[in-house]
Design a protein around this ligand. Structure first.
Ligand code: OSB
Ligand code: MG
Length: 372
């Protein structure tokens, strides 16, 4: 395959309800999609990718404008020069560019989608997935009040979601967790995510979460604090799960060997692509470390790809793979449906979903053409 041109689509989708984490309150989903055109032995083929970078650099150092700039000015010129481009070599070609895993991942995804379409193969088949549907969890933002929290979570439980993840931050942690256990009992699967909002100084406070039978606590400390997570893990009985700290297979290996991660949240964008994400899955499985598939409020495109990767056997916990309706009234692909606590994997070639041109037009705010 030879990359012939590439178009970036900046899109903005309104959220059904604001989504608040310890680092931001989001009312719209901003991202860019990659539409890559190739000359192949079977003629011209187009592949689509999605960047999970957020509008501001608050989850990680990446953000939409930075991703567009580094893609246009640095990454795509490298890929234009490759005669025989394959999904398996994108990360290698882009290795000289330091960082920007989300931008790299979006490009790899577009190349992979085109390659799979050329071979008429689904991503699930390519990656070696073993199930047709995956358990569907939901990530619940920090709410304005306890009654609003109970109502929101009650709604998701009624919809059948298999697991609740609650965002927490200092000042909004023990009370909402206790309120949910009191209202809905000890049996529903429940975990929390702090998005790096605490420090090791808060250890005594965080250990109080051990009373609530949580599946895990996700990323209580800073991205660079792998050793400190290992210290905290020794003090808590709630299993330690890392998100932001796992930026590559190497950091996953470090976290596992230091005892900082009993569980890993796998997000392809955060680690530079779906192929690196699979390596982390394999590494974790070999070490008996559970993994689950995270989310970044993806559109139907990224959501379908995530769900397909989550069919690998090591994904033993429900992921942040909710139905499209949890975030969007309208999506840019066909809807991903959550039913009876599960999401079915699209079966078509590539990621099995199609970008609807009318919907793309409706939610697109800018188009950037990159030519050789
Ligand atoms: O930490 O998992 C996170 C969304 C944006 C940035 C970071 C995170 C999240 C979520 C939402 O928790 C997960 C989803 O897409 O459902
Ligand atoms: Mg997280």
């Amino acid at each position: 395959m030879q990359l012939t041109s590439l178009r970036l689509h900046r899109v903005s989708l309104p959220l059904v309800t604001p989504f608040e984490t310890s680092f931001a309150r989001q009312t719209e989903k901003h991202c860019y999609l990659v539409e890559a055109s190739f000359d192949t032995e079977s003629g011209p083929i187009t592949g689509w990718g999605e960047s999970v970078a957020m509008i501001s650099p608050l989850y990680s150092d990446e953000y939409v404008d930075g991703g567009i700039a580094v893609t246009r000015d640095w990454m795509v010129p490298i890929l234009f020069d490759v005669e025989n481009l394959t999904a398996e070599t994108v990360a290698w070609h882009l290795k000289p560019i330091i960082g920007h895993p989300m931008a790299k991942s979006a490009l790899e995804m577009a190349v992979l989608e085109a390659q799979l379409k050329m071979r008429n193969q689904s991503f699930k088949e390519y990656v070696g997935g073993v199930v047709d549907s995956v358990p569907s969890g939901v990530s619940v933002g920090i709410q304005r009040s306890i009654p609003e929290l109970l109502e929101a979570v009650g709604g998701y439980l009624d919809e059948g979601y298999a697991r609740i993840k609650l965002k927490i931050k200092p000042g909004a942690d023990l009370e909402p967790v206790a309120a949910l256990r009191k209202e809905y009992g000890d049996d529903f699967l429940f975990q929390v995510d702090a998005n790096a909002a605490y420090t090791l100084v808060d250890a005594a406070h965080l250990t109080k979460l051990d009373d609530y039978g949580l599946l895990l606590i996700e990323q209580p400390l800073g991205e660079a604090d792998i050793r400190q997570h290992a210290e905290l893990a020794k003090l808590m009985s709630t299993p330690m799960c890392l998100d932001e700290s796992i930026v590559s297979a190497e950091s996953a290996a470090d976290a596992i060997s230091l005892g900082a991660a009993a569980v890993i949240n796998i997000k392809p964008g955060r680690v530079g692509g779906f192929l690196e994400a699979k390596r982390i899955h394999d590494l974790a499985s070999a070490h008996g470390v559970a993994v689950w598939h995270g989310g970044m409020v993806e559109t139907g495109l990224g959501r379908a790809a995530n769900a397909a990767l989550a069919t690998l056997p090591g994904f033993s916990l429900p992921g942040d793979i909710s139905g499209s309706k949890r975030f969007f009234h309208e999506d840019i692909t066909e809807e991903i449906v959550q039913r009876d606590g599960a999401v079915e994997i699209p079966t078509g070639p590539g990621f099995g979903v199609t970008i609807d041109p009318g919907q793309l037009e409706k939610f697109r705010t800018e188009t950037i053409d990159i030519t050789r």
